[in-house]
Design a protein around this ligand. Structure first.
Ligand code: ZN
Ligand code: ZN
Length: 133
């Protein structure tokens, strides 16, 4: 896979073809400049080490595994990379599939979809994400 250099960042930001479902994802309708996942299947790609830096060499498909609700009611998606297991937190976009989001949100808390031992890591990640945003 072609590595995206930092200089290309922002040139066509937000437009990509979803590798998981083939949907052409455009920035329109997202309500954010930070769209990095597919609004139809909510999958993302493992491209970033820090949000937006495109520094990850992995390129694996990142599946949505949970929805996280912050103070004020803002929702975030938790993605986990199928290849390396990395976790990442991303704000939802305005046109993300609400049925898929609700399905994730309503998963029983009795069986967390992410490894419980990594909750601290998740918390740090989310705090960082929100400070950056
Ligand atoms: Zn998709
Ligand atoms: Zn990965």
């Amino acid at each position: 896979m072609k590595k995206i250099g930092p200089n290309e960042r922002g040139s066509k930001e937000g437009t990509f073809t979803c590798r998981a479902c083939g949907f052409t994802v455009t920035p329109e309708g997202a309500g954010t400049r930070h769209r990095n996942h597919c609004p139809r299947c909510l999958c993302s790609l493992h491209l970033d080490v820090e949000p937006g830096d495109r520094a990850a060499d992995c390129g694996g498909t990142m599946e949505p595994i949970a929805v996280w609700v912050r103070r004020g009611g803002e929702w975030a998606l938790i993605h986990r990379c199928r290849v390396c297991g990395a976790l990442s937190a991303n704000r939802i976009a305005a046109d993300d599939d609400p049925v898929k989001l609700l399905g994730l949100a309503l998963r029983p808390v009795a069986s967390p979809p992410f490894p419980v031992e990594r909750i601290e890591e998740l918390s740090r990640l989310l705090d960082k994400e929100w400070r950056n945003g």
